[in-house]
Design a protein around this ligand. Structure first.
Ligand code: TRP
Length: 454
């Protein structure tokens, strides 16, 4: 597609919400609580917040400026901005990372559909916490059902991608985000009324810095990139659909704020609930699937109709939040094939869906029948999660900050970030300082500590 015809998001608020739709997803509601649980709670959250402000938001602004200036998806944007240089590999690495994330992320997204159906059939009613744990275990290890849901979820994503940017992505995000947000607030209030909820809140807000080691730092950094959809050019691809008027700085702060708020709200629901029903906060990736059904049952035990309605609505919204994220992941690979190899959009999307399905199937089966096939003690699912979130995304972020901080023309950067000078120079200088020094050194420092490189 040439630049003249490049589609745009229909409105400013649509652009922000589409980016927020990409960021808010399973990363906030599924991954954030279990990483927080595994690394001791409040202290992890504090470090996460520092990472969001010092790394996440600046890298997001950098990605936005690259995408909007190049008017191309991440896979081709470096070819446009730095033709004939090895920087193009940053784009290719992003496409590969996004493709791998899409593969295993959709497995969990598929689980949400199983829970939509269970909630819809009123299967949660009357179950004890132990029964929820057992039900999740047998479901996730089943060789057929999770694969069927994976397939359905991939097709849903495929459908939106083929319909195109404005009709598909934007319309979905605009309606769903606010509804999800309101429901999360209602649930947080409910969770806090459960017996024993104060212990959960203490876990969430009372830092114990003894728990912070290199691995926790690496996890917090990985979670920052994962949750904000950074480090692989996802948001830079979306920014290529932004209009000239979209304010990059404001948008990045807005997206960072919404995303963090949703994650903290999810924590405020899950920890009080987990502790109240006797589930350990470090239960791992199954955490939300075993605690949340309990919240609905217990918080509304006097009103089963409300419990039924809320649990159904919650899983529908969770599935849709996951969908706005899988769309953004899929879009990166599809747009790359479409721009580089001039496939039709439909053909490009089919290729991406087909190959991702294979990765997703392997990831899903690695939690059941393929459990014994491991590398460094990790099955395919865990390996993909570790490799992408904790290594590839921060590495991508490092390269983006080096590109913008050290290689790219500072005047172009200035023009993009300040929308032609309407933001104070001091703010821009502060941003450049972070991108040039703070972000790269911070990422390297955490890599060295977390991976035990020295
Ligand atoms: N950020 C999304 C979430 O929190 C997932 C996601 C979408 C993502 N696009 C991404 C993660 C790009 C990393 C990179 O659920």
């Amino acid at each position: 597609m040439n630049n003249m015809e490049r589609v745009h998001f229909g409105s400013k608020i649509g652009a922000v919400l589409a980016a927020a739709g990409s960021a808010v997803g399973l990363g906030n509601i599924w991954r954030f609580p279990y990483e927080t649980g595994a690394h001791g709670g409040a202290a992890f959250i504090l470090i996460y917040l520092v990472c969001v402000v010092a790394l996440g938001i600046p890298v997001m602004i950098a990605e936005f400026s690259i995408g909007r200036h190049a008017k191309a998806s991440t896979g081709s944007s470096f070819n446009v901005l730095a033709p004939g240089t090895p920087w193009k590999w940053v784009g290719y690495l992003g496409v590969l990372t996004g493709f791998l994330i899409f593969g295993y992320y959709t497995v969990v997204a598929g689980w949400t559909l199983e829970y939509v159906i269970e909630a819809g059939c009123n299967d949660f009613a009357g179950k004890t916490p132990e029964q929820f744990v057992a039900a999740f275990r047998s479901f996730s290890a089943d060789p057929v059902r999770p694969l069927a849901w994976l397939f359905v979820f991939m097709l849903m994503t495929h459908y939106v991608i083929v319909k195109g940017v404005q009709k598909g992505i934007e319309r979905f995000s605009k309606v769903l985000m606010p509804v999800l947000f309101i429901l999360l607030i209602v649930l947080a209030v409910c969770a806090m009324m459960l017996p024993g909820s104060t212990v959960g809140l203490r876990f969430l807000f009372h830092p114990d810095f003894e728990k912070i080691d290199g691995a926790a730092l690496l996890s917090a950094m990985g979670q920052t990139f994962f949750s904000l959809s950074l480090g692989m050019g996802c948001l830079s691809t979306y920014a290529s659909y932004f209009s000239k008027e979209t304010k990059l700085l404001k948008t990045a702060v807005g997206v960072g704020f919404i995303d963090t708020l949703v994650a903290i709200l999810a924590g405020m629901i899950i920890f009080p609930a987990a502790i109240s029903v006797g589930i350990r906060p470090d239960a791992g990736p199954s955490l939300i699937f075993i605690t949340l059904p309990n919240v609905f049952q217990q918080a509304f035990s006097g009103a089963p109709v409300v419990a039924y309605f809320f649990s159904l609505l919650f899983y529908v919204l969770l599935a849709l939040a996951a969908l706005t994220s899988t769309i953004s992941l899929h879009e990166v690979s599809t747009a790359f094939l479409f721009e580089q190899f001039h496939f039709t959009r439909r053909r490009a999307a089919s290729l991406v869906t087909g190959f991702s399905l294979v990765i997703g199937m392997l990831a899903s089966l690695s939690l059941g029948v393929l459990k014994t096939y491991t590398l460094f003690d990790k099955g395919v699912f865990d390996m993909l999660d570790y490799l992408t979130a904790k290594i590839m995304l921060p590495f991508g972020g490092l390269l983006v900050s080096l590109f913008v901080g050290w290689y790219w023309d500072r005047n172009i950067s200035y023009d993009e970030v300040t929308n032609g000078g309407i933001i104070r120079k001091g703010v821009f200088n502060a941003y450049m300082f972070v991108i040039k020094y703070v972000a790269p050194l911070g990422i390297i420092f955490i890599f060295v500590n977390g991976l035990g490189l020295i």
